[in-house]
Design a protein around this ligand. Structure first.
Ligand SMILES: CC(=O)SCCNC(=O)CCNC(=O)[C@H](O)C(C)(C)COP(=O)(O)OP(=O)(O)OC[C@H]1O[C@@H](n2cnc3c(N)ncnc32)[C@H](O)[C@@H]1OP(=O)(O)O
Ligand SMILES: O=CC(=O)O
Ligand SMILES: [Mg+2]
Length: 594
């Protein structure tokens, strides 16, 4: 057995046993006997195989993102790719949805936390999306416990004893179908080094979950299909002309098949799925995934993404919060495209409605689910009137979605399942979905201008304050290991916090006028500095001095303000903050460069 640097317990003392690591792999996260049942030699070997096969493709895709950013920063606008018109206009369909998940009218989402997994699976939702992404702070403990929890959930043995309330949680007979969302391509996993480099986060999440669960899942949940996934934050990374890839032969092989306009990020996922199916000895097309359309570039590539994944697709989803974040990020150098206050950028704004309509049209034309997104409201326990108002907003949002043709939608909290189900049941009846019944042909006329149209609204001091307060409070929670939080009775997660961050950055960069306040005030570093101070005082008052001191607020404030005032916009809030939650064992050994 390799007794490398990963074999240490808390306190730095050598442990009697350790992770059994294949050649070239170094696990630098804390040793735990439960984790060791996930980080088996064979499972790690599978992750390493994926990493070695796809790392250069992922690197290349990230380089393409940089190139696209440079183009947008130089004034270009994202749009439909003329070279892939043949895909958009072609008459093809994806594989039919697996019967086990034909009906996905309400999906609950949540981090891979043990009690929440049980509550979500028991919630009455059709699907539970277990999240390693927007709702999870990707600490080693959270990720590995999440894998343990999911294995137990798939095995049907998961339980939880809440000692404080003396309440035992276990699964009902009827449970939601499980989808798993790995991290995005951009995030590394610093606790697992493969050939000396941090592994790609999503390949670790996918690889470990797939390896341990594919067989049981297909038997008990997928009726012969599965496992099922959600894929986040893809961008287009399209090539215009490729003769030879700069880092590998990968392109050369698929360039021959599709010489132009390739959607590479979806192609990598498809190849990962093929590789996993081969390893498992299961039929091609067993794994199914719903892709979140949550970046501005990707909205112009929905057909291309579905086409790449056509044997593995089970639809697209409107990831509305990251989509708004991506709009600001993509137009970071376009002062003529500044958004109004975050609260005014809702789904009825023309660009958001166009995005949702085009997604429904595209998915139904290709025979797959068009999933709606997340309303931010959550139940308000201590105020019945405010609670009813929040539920009414959720009902309204869901009614708009189901009438537009969405086949299902997301719920952030078990208390929202009954009202959302009611709306979908009333409009969909016994049909499992609306793929055949609402085709939205008129949406084929949606143009680039529709998708890019600047939302209406104004910018206010309250908008700046809210962005600042939410950004700091969310980041403080994230640093403490909590990836989704209730703030002012709304759900906040990495995607909503990103909007706050990039909007502050952009308003500061362009010294924008807060035109909704009628005072002609501009967002300057001085104004922002004062706002940060005042909002920190407000947070301290709200949470209490003790919690404030121990709650990582000062650290969060430092990271958040430095990102808001940086000369160049950081691509991701969580990427910049990630080093703060990495803990290597043994602690005496230096950290690898990320
Ligand atoms: C932009 C996007 O990507 S959206 C998708 C990612 N975001 C998410 O998934 C957010 C998921 N939701 C949540 O994390 C939580 O609902 C929050 C943080 C918004 C609110 O949390 P809380 O205020 O703690 O909820 P609250 O106290 O009302 O919880 C009541 C009960 O419901 C459970 N619960 C709340 N939300 C969920 C959920 N999403 N899944 C399962 N159980 C849940 C709690 O565990 C608690 O259970 P208990 O009574 O057995 O103890
Ligand atoms: O992941 C969902 C989103 O809205 O972002
Ligand atoms: Mg998202």
């Amino acid at each position: 057995m390799d007794m490398g640097t990963g074999h240490y317990r808390e306190g730095g003392k050598p442990a009697p046993v350790g992770y059994d690591m294949p050649e070239g792999i170094d696990v630098r996260g804390r040793y735990d006997e439960e984790f060791a049942k996930i980080l088996t030699k064979d499972a790690l070997q599978f992750v390493a195989d994926l990493q070695r096969e796809f790392r250069n493709h992922v690197k290349y895709a990230m380089e393409c993102r940089k190139e696209a950013k440079a183009r947008y920063n130089a004034g270009a606008l994202p749009g439909f790719d003329p070279t892939t018109r043949y895909i958009r206009e072609g008459d093809w369909v994806c594989a039919s949805p697996p019967p086990a998940v034909a009906d996905r009218r309400v999906e609950i989402t949540g981090p891979v936390e043990r009690k929440m997994i049980i509550n979500a699976l028991n919630s009455g939702a059709k699907v539970f999306m277990a999240d390693f992404e927007d709702a999870l702070s990707p600490s080693w403990e959270n990720l590995m416990r999440g894998q343990v929890n999911l294995r137990d959930a798939v095995n049907g043995t998961i339980n939880f004893h809440d000692k404080a309330r003396n309440r035992v949680y276990k699964l009902n007979d009827q449970i939601a179908k499980l989808f798993v969302r790995p991290r995005g391509w951009h995030l590394p996993e610093a606790h697992i080094l493969i050939d000396g480099e941090p592994a790609t986060g999503c390949l670790v999440d996918f690889g470990l979950y797939f390896y341990h669960n594919f067989a049981k899942f297909r038997q008990t949940q997928g009726n012969g299909f599965g496992p099922f996934f959600y894929l986040p934050k893809m961008e287009h990374s399209r090539q215009v002309v490729i003769s030879q890839c700069c880092v590998c032969d990968f392109h050369a092989s698929f360039v021959d098949v599709q010489p132009l306009g390739v959607d590479m990020e979806a192609k990598i996922w498809n190849s990962v799925f093929l590789r996993a199916e081969k390893m498992a000895g299961i039929e091609r097309g067993s794994i199914r995934a719903t892709v979140l359309i949550e970046t501005l570039p990707a909205v112009f590539q929905m057909d291309e993404i579905l086409h790449e994944l056509r044997d593995h697709s089970v639809g697209l989803n409107c990831g509305r919060w990251d989509y708004i974040f991506s709009y600001v990020k993509t137009f970071q150098a376009h002062p003529d495209r500044l958004l109004p206050d975050r609260v005014q950028v809702g789904m009825t704004q023309h660009f958001m409605k166009s995005y949702s309509d085009l997604l429904i049209y595209t998915c139904h034309r290709r025979g797959v689910h068009a999933m709606g997104g997340m309303a931010a409201q959550i139940p308000i326990r201590d105020n019945p009137k405010a609670n009813e108002m929040a539920l009414e907003l959720v009902r309204k949002d869901k009614l708009r979605e189901v009438k537009a043709g969405h086949d299902g939608t997301w719920a952030a909290h078990p208390g929202l399942i009954p009202p959302i189900l009611e709306v979908f049941n009333a409009n969909m009846g016994n049909n499992p979905n609306q793929i055949q019944t609402i085709t939205r042909p008129e949406a084929s006329a949606i143009t680039e201008d529709d998708l890019l149209q600047l939302p209406r609204g104004v910018r206010t001091m309250e908008g700046l304050r809210l962005n600042t307060r939410v950004g700091i409070q969310y980041l403080a929670a994230w640093l403490r290991g909590i990836g989704s939080v209730p703030l002012s009775n709304l759900m906040e997660d990495a995607a909503t916090a990103e909007i706050s961050r990039v909007q502050n950055w952009q308003w500061l960069k362009y010294r924008v006028e807060l035109n909704g306040d009628g005072l002609g005030v501009r967002v300057t570093p001085e104004l922002f500095g004062r706002t940060v101070e005042e909002e920190m005082e407000r947070i301290e008052k709200e949470v209490g001095t003790e919690k404030f001191k121990n709650g990582m607020h000062k650290e969060a404030c430092k990271i958040f303000t430095s990102q808001c005032t940086a000369p160049e916009l950081d691509d991701f809030l969580t990427l910049g903050a990630y080093n703060h939650i990495v803990i290597h064992y043994p602690k005496s050994v230096g950290s690898p460069r990320l």
